[in-house]
Ligand binder design. Structure first.
Ligand code: PMP
Length: 384
């Protein structure tokens, strides 16, 4: 009864990663686990492209990574800017408000990004402590280019937090070269592990900002004070304890990070770009329209696609499932019933996409949508 999981996370996981979860559970201070944790930290620096950054591996979902980045860096009454391209920008606003920040949101139109001039105008208008960017907003499939935003932020001495939950290891990202202060993700996306880990790397600059805080961090579990010594100890291959880490999941993380690193992060990302572009062409060939309005603002880890006229969304998703593929419905409240989402990240294969396109075609045809069966698959394969 196994179905192909093609939603924007959790995703299909490499069998070797799954097998690692089934290994015997060890103590969190056992030498083999200490080595596994230390190794994972070192691999994160490579994959994040942040040789001097401080990686964190914490039990929790991507939202915990968002929460920890904010609660450790912001102080009450400080200004924060949210560049929102959908649902997950809104989440940032809520987290920042929780810790007493004064939040301004620059909201993009659905399917668009916020123009750089607007970002610059806002950042120059007052003293912003930090700005948040969603690399790929999973609700719209819109891709932000973090580099020019980070450049502007540095000009105004504002910290940048990049939500890479639907992007890291699948979209081009060079944390140190671009000067981004926190790049965060969850294990269940392009990192290729089942859900359960919050993963992020913090720049030296941001770690110093945290060290020089005026007020204590308003969070116990998520405070760097508790976790920094643990990350350092594991990296030095020494036993330590604050909260029990999910040892099996971290072993799976090590296996997946090794897969990515052996392939080479640049190669892994290049494959995402090729598959995604060919997938978009395939979808457009059969007359479907993407939520992102511009090709270079469309994500390479996932796609958000409008239903054509006359297609019933619920029936469509159900039909797809009957053909053995799981896709996701809409998430953005304003267009929720009008579109669906496909994840194509991580250890994705060509055949996964071929099967998905086939299920999409059949589910559309079932609702009397006019298309030539096989057309999108041909377009996908021709464009690889
Ligand atoms: N940000 C983005 C861009 C996401 O896609 C998600 C999850 N879909 C999150 C944050 C939150 O992550 P989680 O569900 O793992 O808490």
């Amino acid at each position: 009864n196994r179905k192909l999981l093609m939603i924007p996370g959790p995703i299909e996981v490499d069998p070797s990663v799954l097998r690692a979860i089934g290994e015997v559970t060890t103590s969190h201070v056992a030498p083999n686990f200490i080595e596994c944790f230390g190794n994972s930290i070192e691999l994160m620096r490579k994959i994040w492209q942040a040789p001097y950054g401080q990686p964190f591996i914490i039990a929790g979902s991507g939202t915990l990574a968002m929460d920890m980045a904010v609660c450790n860096l912001i102080e009450p009454e400080e200004n924060a800017l949210v560049i929102s391209t959908g649902y997950f920008g809104e989440r940032y606003k809520n987290i920042l408000t929780t810790y007493g920040a004064k939040v301004t949101v620059l909201q993009a139109e659905i399917g668009e990004i916020v123009p750089l001039e607007e970002v610059e105008k806002e950042l120059s208008s007052k003293d912003y402590k930090l700005v948040t960017i969603t690399h790929v907003d999973t609700s719209t499939g819109v891709l932000n280019d973090p580099q020019p935003i980070a450049e502007i932020a540095q000009k105004y001495n504002t910290l940048t937090i990049l939500d890479g939950v639907c992007a890291t290891a699948g979209e081009i990202s060079k944390q140190e070269e671009w000067g981004i202060d926190v790049v965060l993700t969850g294990s269940q996306k392009a990192i290729g592990v089942p859900p359960g880990l919050a993963l992020f790397v913090v720049s030296e600059k941001a770690m110093n900002v945290w060290k020089n805080r005026k007020n204590p961090v308003q969070n116990y579990y998520g405070s760097f004070t508790n976790w920094l010594p643990i990350m350092k100890a594991y990296e030095e291959r020494k036993p330590s304890y604050f909260g029990t880490p999910p040892v099996n999941l971290i072993r799976a993380l090590e296996v997946s990070l090794n897969l990515i690193n052996n392939e080479g992060i640049e190669n892994r990302i290049a494959t995402h770009l090729v598959y995604a572009k060919a997938f978009r062409k395939a979808i457009q060939k059969i007359g479907l329209e993407l939520v992102p309005k511009k090709e270079d603002e469309a994500a390479n880890t996932m796609s958000a696609i409008y239903y054509p006229e006359g297609i019933d969304g619920n029936q469509f998703i159900k039909g797809i499932s009957e053909y053995g593929v799981i896709l996701a419905g809409g998430l953005h409240s304003e267009i929720k019933t009008k579109y669906f989402r496909v994840g194509h990240m991580g250890a994705i294969t060509k055949s996964d996409i071929v099967v998905t396109l086939s299920a999409i075609e059949f589910a559309l045809a079932k609702q009397k949508y006019k298309l030539t069966i096989g057309e999108s698959i041909g377009t996908f394969l021709e464009n690889l």
